[in-house]
Design a protein around this ligand. Structure first.
Ligand SMILES: Cc1cc2nc3c(=O)[nH]c(=O)nc-3n(C[C@H](O)[C@H](O)[C@H](O)COP(=O)(O)O)c2cc1C
Length: 303
């Protein structure tokens, strides 16, 4: 069995397989399907300083080539997370991390400061890339100056591992990655969903109440791989890759492209035990090719 451990900043992961925010609840919802401690970590659903209702229904739509969502960061706010969720997840033996979202810099800072106090949450993922909120969200992640500004402000209050989640809805993702690296991000994760739209021609209506939404699933994988490859060459901090991963081979492709760890998103809805299966598949691949450590695979593309 190969060594599957990877590191992001000072934080150690037992293996590189993580679950993507918004697709794995708080983890506990999936405990009947798999052993949560078998994976490297869990990003819980997007958490904001205040309670959010999210967008009007319908806010999810399946298309023949991917899933569209416009959930709009529905959650009960960080104080609810601290009082009702944290006690239930704090002793799960894996890295439990919070995805922090906001509409203003002050929101991000206030939420991050509260999560900083939680002893068993070793990292946050700053979502500056959500396409489904009218104010803020992706607006921060599509401009290097505003991306830098929000990361700088959060870095002042957040003392543990700071991961920044980037938007693919930009011309050059590497310039955003470099901007957040310069302000103290410990890692970047990419990609969030791509802006998309679906129409019901019979009813002459958009399928989502918000008209446009975020596209995810297997169809986005080639774009995500390309962006992970480019970004891992542009920054020194680790890159966490995601977008359309549905099996161990997909995960290995991201690691070869330069990802230190990967996240599984939409595929959790198809197979709720997929992330544990991907850990086993990575291990089998390493054994088959005689690698003693997954670290030897990172960026090891023969080109
Ligand atoms: C229903 C749904 C909800 C999501 N909610 C969040 C969220 O709260 N915060 C976030 O950063 N990303 C969120 N995402 C984006 C995913 O974490 C992921 O970046 C994206 O879906 C691409 O990966 P995938 O193709 O493996 O799903 C959400 C995605 C879906 C499908």
């Amino acid at each position: 069995m190969a060594n599957l451990k990877v590191n992001i900043g000072n934080l150690e992961f037992k293996n590189p397989v993580l679950t993507a925010s918004g697709t794995f609840g708080y983890g506990i919802e999936y405990a009947d399907f798999m052993d949560l401690t078998e994976i490297g970590g869990i990003f819980v659903k997007g958490t904001t300083i205040h309670h959010r209702e999210g967008n009007d229904y319908p806010r999810m739509a399946e298309t023949p080539s991917g899933m569209l969502n416009a959930v709009g960061l529905q959650n009960k706010g960080v104080d609810y997370f601290i009082s009702d969720i944290y006690p239930k997840i704090k002793d799960i033996d894996t890295n439990m991390m919070v995805n922090v979202s906001g509409s203003t810099i002050e929101d991000y800072v206030a939420c991050a400061a509260k999560v900083n106090e939680l002893e068993r949450i070793p990292a946050i993922e700053l979502n500056i890339s959500c396409p489904n909120v009218k104010q803020g969200g992706m607006a921060f992640g599509t401009n290097p100056n505003s991306a830098a500004e929000v990361v700088k402000a959060v870095r002042e209050v957040y003392k543990k591992t700071l991961i920044v989640k980037l938007s693919p809805n930009v011309t050059d993702i590497t310039e955003i990655a470099r901007a957040v690296e310069a302000e103290g991000a410990d890692a970047v994760s990419l990609i969030n969903t791509l802006m998309g739209m679906a129409i019901d021609a019979e009813r002459r209506l958009p399928l989502l109440s918000t008209i446009t939404g975020g596209l995810s699933g297997a169809c986005v994988k080639p774009i995500a791989l390309r962006m992970v490859y480019q970004t891992s060459k542009a920054v020194k901090i680790p890159v966490i890759g995601l977008g359309g991963i549905s099996n161990a081979t997909d995960a290995i492709e991201f690691i070869l492209a330069g990802a230190t760890a990967i996240q599984i998103g939409t595929y959790n809805f198809i197979d709720p035990a997929i992330s544990a299966k991907v850990v086993k598949g990575i291990n089998e691949y390493l054994d088959r090719f005689g690698y003693s450590s997954v670290k030897d695979l990172i960026g090891n593309l023969q080109c």
